[in-house]
Design a protein around this ligand. Structure first.
Ligand code: NAD
Length: 437
């Protein structure tokens, strides 16, 4: 099949490379000429494990192309995906659909022959109707149907998630979309996760319901972590044991500094806005957002407490800045609020992240960026693990103690145990587990 993907970001690029790997002919279109130039030269503008090999392999096989020119590739395509960003709109928190609607307008001008236009971007309920209206109004002769095909991949494991999904959801209002969308995903659902067809509005809501539920699950265990600290329980045991109940499940029960990233914060907010518009407020999700927002600065207070209640004039080292490991994505990362709160308290902050420092530099210009964990730890009064990159799981604590001003580890991801750290003479603080000195 001939596929065009509009928007070559985290989702568009991974989807394009994976569809090409299935044997489809894919063109990724992006307005950002620098991005397209880089991709044509074999440079991947984002960090995503194994994506470079997949792009190289499929570009070489002539199944994956990159362009800034939408018109030609849309004219040739059987299916055109919209995979542009839908960030929070400044001011009111609704999803900003301007990129989606602009893309729809450009697609309308270029459609030739029967085409499925499928929205991969996360979009509020009813956006498919509007995309359809825009295309019909702009090009009344166009022969097309609009489907919703939300994407569930996770950054850091995006290729694996795309190729082995738990489910693929396609929302359609016109039966003519069913066969091409089934054909497109045949290589996946023949072996693995089910392909589920729903109505278009249902598919749009499924994506938000899914992300909001996961955000709520994380927030639940974070609150249990706070309670565990207060009552002297161990939240990791709580999570492990409640997770053994199949109705609950073990995933997304790691307590930490709060959820962040390019999806959960904006999607929970957008869902709350939609619900308010329909006069069906979602109190659980509203509370989830509020609890999570409070939590990020509370993590900075945990660091301040660990160094004796005051960070003014003190150096604090942060390890990990991205919202999770194996990505360079800094969007809404908890590190942003934590670093700001420490700075507000008067701290000087050094930091190291394996992949996110270039992006972090723009957002956190006041950090001293270092080339590794040990350089960041130099003269620090506390070392704070913010993101659980693998390379922070086996730190050399003898070396760290030599370079730090005070041996204090604040482990916001619970990747160590008190019993492992204390023999090195470190004071250890974590989340939701006993840590009394
Ligand atoms: P992104 O910002 O990384 O990429 C979007 C790309 O679209 C950019 O490169 C931008 O230049 C391009 N673009 C915008 N308007 C364009 C136009 N008219 N023509 C051509 N290109 C255009 O965004 P992302 O993280 O890939 O997210 C895309 C969508 O997928 C969002 O709705 C997001 O919520 C959703 N999503 C993201 C993830 C994730 O993990 N990042 C997972 C699932 C779903």
């Amino acid at each position: 099949m001939r596929i065009t993907i509009v928007g070559a970001g985290y989702v568009g690029l991974v989807s394009g490379a994976c569809f090409a790997d299935f044997g489809h002919h894919v063109t990724c279109v992006d307005k950002d000429a620098t991005k397209i130039d880089a991709l044509r030269n074999g440079d991947i503008p984002i960090f995503e494990p194994r994506l470079d090999d997949l792009v190289a392999k499929n570009s070489k096989a002539d199944r994956l192309k990159f362009t800034t020119e939408l018109k030609e590739s849309v004219a040739d395509a059987d299916i055109v995906f919209i995979a542009v960003g839908t960030p929070s709109r400044r001011g009111d928190g609704h999803a900003d659909l301007s990129y989606v609607y602009d893309a729809a307008g450009e697609i309308a001008d270029a459609i030739e022959g029967f085409t499925v236009v499928a929205t991969k971007s996360t979009v509020p309920v009813g956006t498919g109707d509007e995309v359809e209206r825009i295309i019909r109004e702009r090009n009344p002769k166009a022969d097309f149907v609009v489907a919703s095909n939300p994407e569930f991949l996770r950054e850091g494991a995006a290729i694996e998630d795309f190729k082995h999904p738990d489910r693929i959801v396609v929302g359609i209002e016109d039966e003519r979309a069913r066969s091409p969308m089934s054909e497109l995903y045949r290589p996946i659902y023949l072996n693995k996760g089910p392909l589920v067809f729903t109505s278009r509005r249902t598919a749009e809501l499924i994506k938000y319901a899914s992300n909001s539920f996961l955000a709520m699950k994380i927030t639940f265990i974070n609150e249990m972590a706070d309670l565990s600290e207060a009552v002297g329980a161990d939240v990791q045991d709580v999570a492990r044991v409640i997770g053994l109940d199949k109705r609950i499940g073990s995933k997304f029960l790691n307590s930490g500094p709060g959820f962040g990233g390019s999806c959960f914060p904006k999607d929970t907010t957008a869902l709350v806005k939609t619900a308010n518009d329909y006069e069906r407020p979602l109190s659980l999700i509203e509370t989830t957002i509020a609890v999570n927002d409070r939590r990020k600065r509370a993590m900075a207070r945990k660091v301040i407490d660990a160094v004796g209640g005051n960070v003014r004039g003190k150096r604090i080292a942060m390890l990990g800045l991205t919202f999770k490991p194996n990505t360079d994505d800094m969007r809404d990362a908890p590190s942003l609020a934590i670093a700001q709160a420490l700075k507000d308290g008067g701290a000087t902050i050094s930091a190291y992240d394996p992949e996110g420092m270039e992006q972090a530099r723009a957002e956190l210009p006041f950090l001293d960026f270092c080339h590794d964990a040990y350089a960041a730890a130099e003269n620090a009064e506390a070392l704070v693990i913010v993101t659980e990159w693998d390379q922070f799981r086996a730190l050399d604590f003898t070396r760290l103690k030599q370079v730090m001003a005070q041996p204090i580890l604040v482990d916001l991801r619970n990747i160590y145990r008190k019993s492992e750290i204390e023999p090195y003479g470190f004071k250890y603080r974590c989340v939701g587990r006993p840590h009394e000195e």
